[in-house]
Design a binder for this molecule. Structure first.
Ligand code: PLP
Length: 382
């Protein structure tokens, strides 16, 4: 164990797949097919197969994927798009960028994902899209969300940047991978994501042929055939080196998910007897892939002091996210205080994410949990 620890140990993960990765990179270099080479197509096909979805459209990053998805739905300025406020800013930023109106809803206190009741109340005749986020690696409760959306004929874009490889079990027992239940799913291959490349990358998923064609065109300057532009698009590509790396890591994804679940189970057990720590609650409908392992601290714990205590011992922790979207200055014109999001405001000052990744050994897990429990004892306000 090397101190300080990392939130995500990408170095060790690379060491364990180095020969395959180095060979793949050399192969792309030798071919000089840097953009839209055969690896990009092969990766899209392999990912589609893995997810059980008809179309995968690679693009430059997870933020672009969300933007392309919204553009493909043909929304008009001022149309309302419902998202949780308790998410990474990218989910909402693209909404505002396209001059659509973000409408923030609350999350469930136990799962950190979109609360279907809060969604139901936020629907208006102007609601034109809903973006549930599978936050921290856990699926949102999709059946009620899909029902509400279907009743109002509103398309769903799943932001699956944090949960690739996870799945959702419907009340009838059938299962689907996260990102494949709505009209469009999006993901990010940012290095620290569960399926990360060695640069930027992203993708869109859909079962719908017409949407797939539109999204492919939008990602490529709105063109269907070269130099004939049907609509205003953008330039958003996954490069061949990243695709070649992702092909290797996709083969390991299920193993990586298991390794994360294993680490989470260790933490769960270590913290079970400490009532001031609430461990992440895996919902019965979801197979969690633990992009993050996020504790909810009792209000008597001084979070800053706890973080400092751990940091002094070489243990990094993170707060995802210190300011919820509806309170960001970026959206001050939206009047964030008009959104009543009690669970979001409850969780924001209490969440704390611990290191979790694919290469954790028992020594490291024990070191972190022991010091965390000691830290809780020192950082508790009486
Ligand atoms: C990382 C992330 C994104 C954005 O992905 P990038 O590849 O960084 O653009 C979007 N939504 C969520 C929830 C994310 O975690």
């Amino acid at each position: 164990m090397e101190l300080p620890l990392q939130m995500v140990d990408l170095k060790r993960q690379y060491q364990n797949i180095k020969p395959a990765v180095d060979e793949a990179i050399s192969r792309v270099l030798a071919s000089s097919a840097f953009i839209n080479g055969p690896d990009v197509k092969a990766f899209a096909t392999e990912l589609a197969e893995y997810l059980g979805v008809k179309h995968v459209i690679p693009c430059a990053n997870g933020t672009d994927a969300l933007q392309i998805a919204l553009m493909a739905l043909g929304l008009k300025p001022g149309d309302e798009v419902i998202t949780p406020s308790f998410t990474y800013i990218a989910t909402v930023e693209v909404v505002a960028l396209l001059r659509l109106k973000p409408v923030f809803v609350d999350v469930d206190k136990n799962t950190f994902t979109m609360d279907p009741e809060s969604l139901r109340k936020a629907i208006t005749p102007n609601t034109k899209a809903i973006i549930p986020v599978h936050l921290y690696g856990q699926s949102a409760d999709m059946q009620p969300i899909l029902d509400i959306a279907a009743a109002h004929q509103i398309p769903i874009i799943e932001d699956n940047a944090q949960a690739i490889g996870g799945d959702y079990t419907f009340p009838d027992g059938s299962r689907k991978k996260t990102g494949t239940m709505g009209h469009i799913g999006t993901t990010s291959f940012f290095p620290s994501k569960n399926l990360g490349c060695y640069g930027d990358g992203g993708a869109l998923f859909t079962q719908d042929d017409a949407l797939a064609e539109r999204m492919m065109m939008i990602a490529n300057h709105g063109q269907k055939s070269r130099y004939y532009h049907e609509m205003v698009g953008c330039n958003s590509r996954l490069d061949s080196i990243q695709a070649a790396i992702l092909r290797i890591k996709l083969k390991a994804l299920d193993r990586y998910c298991d390794a994360r679940r294993h680490a989470a189970a260790f933490y769960d057990e270590a913290f079970a007897a400490q009532p001031l720590l609430s461990t992440p609650q895996p919902a019965t409908y979801s197979r969690h892939v633990y992009h993050q392992y996020t504790l909810t601290l009792h209000e008597s714990i001084d979070r800053d002091r706890l973080q400092q205590y751990l940091n002094d011992r070489g243990i990094p922790t993170m707060i995802y996210y210190p300011v919820p979207c509806h309170r960001q200055n970026m959206f001050k014109d939206l009047d964030g205080s008009s959104f009543h999001l009690p669970n979001t405001d409850y969780l924001t000052p209490r969440v704390l994410s611990l290191p979790i990744h694919t290469e954790m050994d028992e020594t490291t897990l024990r070191y972190i949990s022991t010091h965390l429990l000691e830290g809780v004892a020192t950082a508790t306000k009486s």
